[in-house]
Design a protein around this ligand. Sequence first.
Ligand code: SF4
Ligand code: SF4
Ligand code: FES
Length: 239
Amino acid sequence: MSAPTTVVSLKIDGKDVSGRADETILDVASENKIHIPTLCFLEGLSGWGACRLCLVEIKGSHKLLSACVTKVAEGMEVTTDSPRLLKYRRMVVQLLFAERNHVCSVCVSNGHCELQNLAQVLGITHIDIPYRYPTLPFDASHDLFRLDHNRCVLCTRCVRVCDEIEGAHTLDVMGRGIDCRVIIDLNEPWGSSQTCTTCGKCVRVCPTGALTRKGTGVAEMEKDDQFLPYLTRMRGSQS
Ligand code: SF4
Ligand code: SF4
Ligand code: FES
């Protein structure tokens, strides 16, 4: 017989809520219709905690914590919305825009981009940080898909879906800091990959225009990641 699940009580934005001890703050907030901005998180994939958009304040802690990877605890008091959090979230989004070449007006995902949406929701009208304008490659060697490093925000959703859901592990991350890149196999052209099954899952979960399907126009480039929670549930019910 499996051990009973511990239920904990906590407050989120002053509201009394409860959740299982193995849930994250983001899980419990979502269950209670409390919105926390996210970017690297995607339901159905493991938590990564990379982008820091979901930072929240915890009473008694001077550190801001990522809601998508921090477990709830008994008596916790969480604040998801404050001037301090808004300041940091705006900074995170501005740094992402400044780090690579996100020229929305010539991007196929213009209008369907989560980075662009976040900027709008957070009221970012200009970037205070100097742009880096790095020279980055563009891989169009695959028959169906393209990888444009200029638009990549290194959320690793593509890497996780390829590994955890498709099981191919074609994608990975190489390098550190500003030299960090998504790679195909051992940093080879996508078109020559022996491991890629051409399933297209990575393209469907990419939040920006970094991964796109060839032959799609701007208005058609809507991402569809709703298959993920379904697949995860079905696999869970079979184990
Ligand atoms: S198309 Fe499928 S197998 Fe190929 S890199 Fe993307 S997720 Fe992995
Ligand atoms: S290619 Fe897309 S999904 Fe992959 S890390 Fe970059 S932004 Fe994220
Ligand atoms: S969504 Fe939590 S760190 Fe990215």
